[in-house]
Write a protein that binds this ligand. Sequence first.
Ligand code: NI
Length: 189
Amino acid sequence: MSVLPIVIWDDPVLRKRAEPVSANSEELQALIDDMFETMYNASGVGLAAPQIGKSIRLFVMDAGPVLEEEETDRGPTVLMNPVIVDHSEEEAKMEEGCLSIPDIRDDVSRPVSIRIRFLDRTFQEQEWDLDSWPARIVQHELDHLDGVLFTDHLSAFRRRVHRSRLSKLERGVMDVDYPVSLKGRTEIG
Ligand code: NI
């Protein structure tokens, strides 16, 4: 397994609509293992394939570190071709960050609970009801598969607040302790 560089925010791959995963392969399973290693190395709770430069509809997550004690810990999970089939009317604001947008966090409003249908890493169809942080992570990562970043959900005012930090990211100025890819150039954080 290896740690892959994480693509930083103004790379076009983060803005593309990713293609469905169609077939299992040794390469796909190895990619999934590498994505888990990359996510854990960066202390993340979710990582979508476009963030390591692969424009396919796949993400990995492990909500363990952010769960409350009474919440179900589903452990390391792979979601392929995920679809939100239902969601609550109720929305809540929670503070999000993104491994592709280091040094920036902000409150994002999203539905509190969702029902998600997806293929697991053995290509079995699953349907899960999620709320709280697991629902939040799934919605954030699913956005990545559609070329959407959490900053897109912010008001014009909040985006202006972050503008100088975002332009620093574009210049490669950031405080990270994981490998990143800047416009195709790999650097070790
Ligand atoms: Ni993200």
